[in-house]
Design a protein around this ligand. Structure first.
Ligand code: 4BW
Length: 147
């Protein structure tokens, strides 16, 4: 059985196994929804971070946010893809972690979100930490205990 009593996530920095910002697909606040849908479709991700022109984290946009924004009263209105921007439909109430935080802080965010955005002192996104990396940490611990 996995014994987590000696496995201290508070000693592991979030920067270990973080995906650096330059490898993270993102969109910008003023991008039309058409562009955001293109990024999400081409990368295959369900949701990506939204940044401003200075790289500051503003929120997250998902494929379902865009589809929802296209629903009119009677039909799907494709023209919304061109008239609305990312800023109009993104989610802003998103928990983040600081670049100096440990994986313990990330764990709480990953209960409800598939990735945590990692920010510096000026709220710029320096990377993301994904559920996949957290599960790999737990898997490593599990097999270390069995060996
Ligand atoms: O293109 C992909 N490549 C790989 N290697 N895995 C992928 C890809 N697309 C999806 N996956 C897998 C990952 O295991 O499906 C999971 C769920 O994807 P998601 O959420 O719903 O699009 C992926 O899990 P994960 O690696 O733990 O990533 C969790 C979430 O983090 C993803 C996506 O919203 C975001 N994400 C991950 N890498 C990203 C990214 N967003 C932007 N840029 C990246 N490089």
């Amino acid at each position: 059985m996995l014994d987590l009593s000696s496995f201290d996530l508070s000693t592991i920095p979030v920067t270990e196994d973080m995906i650096d910002a330059e490898k993270v697909a993102h969109v910008q606040l003023k991008n039309p929804l058409e562009h955001a849908l293109l990024v999400l479709t081409k990368t295959g991700y369900n949701a990506v971070p939204v940044l401003d022109l200075d790289g500051k984290f503003c929120g997250i946009i998902s494929k379902s946010d865009i589809v929802e924004a296209m629903f009119g009263i009677e039909k799907i209105e494709v023209e919304q893809l061109y008239s609305k921007t990312v800023e109009d439909v993104m989610n802003v109430d998103i928990p983040t972690v600081h670049v100096s935080d440990s994986l313990e802080n990330v764990l709480h965010v990953l209960i409800d979100y598939s990735f945590a955005c990692v920010l510096d002192d000026r709220e710029r996104m320096v990377g993301i930490y994904t559920r996949r990396e957290m599960l790999k940490q737990l898997r490593n611990e599990y097999y270390q205990q069995r060996s």
